[in-house]
Design a binder for this molecule. Structure first.
Ligand code: ADP
Ligand code: MG
Ligand code: MG
Length: 251
């Protein structure tokens, strides 16, 4: 089992405090959902964990099996097993999807354990079939001209290929129709297991009908205001954030 511990994390952007003390422990074999209104700091949490330089950690710790993540360079974090699916994936012209994926997978492997072309192609075919992606998408430049839904699917493809220990999935459901949502959920569910944990950031309960979270956190104003089981997401859907704000913090 691996553990990602976030302890009293404070993060500022351009001198303004956005995260005001976040505590959260994620284990492998668990899926946690983070919900919360726009601007609550959900993406900030993911970006700070991955080491985006625009986000200044002013206090607190992030530990991956006791190792200080905040001391690591960004690429070290990825090699250590952290993965971030961003809200707005960027386009990288000139780099094909397949070559990007193979490089990302090999970055996590030892010199004598690099993945060969055949093995890579076999795995890629399998994962793309799972996500119902046309084969030609492997040869297109990374995210270039991809629709919103294709970009989201491609983020999950990366996750399936790289097999991180912990995946932070930021709004992988935004802009998806119901079919695409189910496909993306299928990909995440395929990753579930002893070697994998995930933090799913979403605005909507809808995604959580397809990816059953073990724990739901509600972030408000830079803090985790509530944590509970999957029923918390349903309560939120029914009552809205204002409704929740009048109930006691659960845990
Ligand atoms: P969420 O993902 O919960 O919608 P964010 O983490 O994106 O929230 O944003 C939290 C707050 O930080 C918001 O008030 C937002 O305007 C601010 N913020 C986010 N990114 C930046 C940035 N690059 N520069 C300045 N302010 C930012
Ligand atoms: Mg937002
Ligand atoms: Mg966000």
């Amino acid at each position: 089992m691996a553990t990602l511990e976030i302890i009293d994390l404070h993060v500022a952007i351009e001198g303004k405090e956005i995260l005001k003390g976040v505590d959260l422990t994620l284990n492998t074999n668990e899926i946690h959902a983070i919900m919360g209104p726009n601007g609550a700091g959900k993406s900030t949490l993911a970006a700070a964990i991955m080491g985006n330089p625009a986000y200044e950690v002013t206090q607190g710790q992030v530990l991956l099996d006791g190792q200080d993540v905040l001391e690591m360079e960004v690429d070290e974090r990825a090699r250590a097993g952290l993965f971030l699916a961003v809200q707005y994936p960027s386009e990288i012209p000139g780099v094909t999807n397949a070559s990007f994926l193979r490089a990302a997978m090999n970055a996590r492997r030892a010199e004598d354990d690099k993945i060969g072309v055949r093995q890579f192609m076999q795995k890629l075919d399998e994962k793309m079939a799972l996500l119902e992606m046309p084969e030609e998408m492997a040869l297109r430049y990374l995210n270039e001209g991809f629709s919103g839904g294709e970009k989201k699917r491609n983020e999950i493809l990366q996750c399936l290929m790289i097999e991180p220990t912990f995946a932070l999935l930021d709004e992988i459901d935004s802009g998806l129709d119901i079919d695409a949502l189910q496909i993306v959920a299928r990909g995440v569910n395929a990753l579930r297991g002893e070697q994998f944990g995930s933090l799913i950031i979403t605005h909507y309960q809808r995604l959580l009908n397809y990816i059953q979270p073990d724990i739901v956190h509600i972030m408000m104003d830079g803090r985790i205001a509530f944590s509970g089981g999957p029923e918390l997401a349903k309560q939120l859907e029914a009552e809205g954030y204002k409704g929740l704000a009048t109930t006691e913090k659960e845990g």
